[in-house]
Design a protein around this ligand. Structure first.
Ligand code: SF4
Length: 195
């Protein structure tokens, strides 16, 4: 496997690659200095310190447990600090079948999270209801909250969940500091009947 970001897995398992530090953003460097924009510096800090809130309701949650454990080790991406309080997290990870009755609960949790916040729908159930095309199952969490990244699979493997995290990191690192006060974002919130 190719070493990505702070990964220490190697193509040759006998060869140990030391964890690398986060890549510096674009900027100007010279002897003894490095200059970049505030937006890029904030993006760098945010993307490497995401605090996930695992909203796990069924089997996909088990794959997330494997993703957190030593073999896959989400700490390599700065996301080992899980939060079960929406007020101290910025990445909502929804994993599993979400019943329609749980919809308002999920929405409330999303609203309680402080801005900026991002959402990953992990697995077929969270993304689209999966195989449960029934009266009681929400046919995708984007019916009640906005979603930034969808991870396919039933269940997705930990590698796919990590891929979802990397996609979120790309989004976070490149997001404008003004996005949350933009008209586009305001319209998105209005669509979900949120402020
Ligand atoms: S997508 Fe598959 S593995 Fe994940 S919660 Fe649904 S049924 Fe379970």
């Amino acid at each position: 496997m190719k070493a990505v970001n702070n990964s220490y897995m190697s193509e040759n398992q006998n060869q140990i690659i030391k964890p690398t530090v986060a890549e510096a953003p674009e900027g100007i460097s010279g002897q003894g200095f490095f200059a970049t924009s505030l937006e890029k510096a904030v993006g760098l800090a945010r993307k490497n310190s995401l605090w996930p809130l695992p909203f796990a309701t069924s089997c996909c949650g088990i794959e997330f447990m494997a993703t957190m454990a030593s073999h896959y080790d989400l700490a390599r991406f700065g996301s080992e600090r899980l939060s079960f309080s929406p007020r101290q997290s910025d990445l909502l990870m929804v994993m599993g079948t979400v019943a329609k009755k749980m919809g308002p609960v999920l929405r409330e949790i999303y609203i309680q999270m402080a801005e900026p916040k991002w959402v990953i729908a992990v697995g077929a159930c969270a993304s689209s209801g999966g195989i449960f095309d029934t009266y009681s199952v929400l046919q995708g969490i984007d019916r009640v909250i906005p979603v930034d990244v969808y991870v396919p699979g039933c269940p997705p493997r930990p590698e796919q969940i990590i891929d979802g995290i990397i996609k979120i990191q790309e989004l976070v690192g490149n997001e404008s500091l003004r996005r949350r006060s933009s008209k586009e974002y305001e319209d998105l919130m209005k669509k979900y009947n949120m402020e």
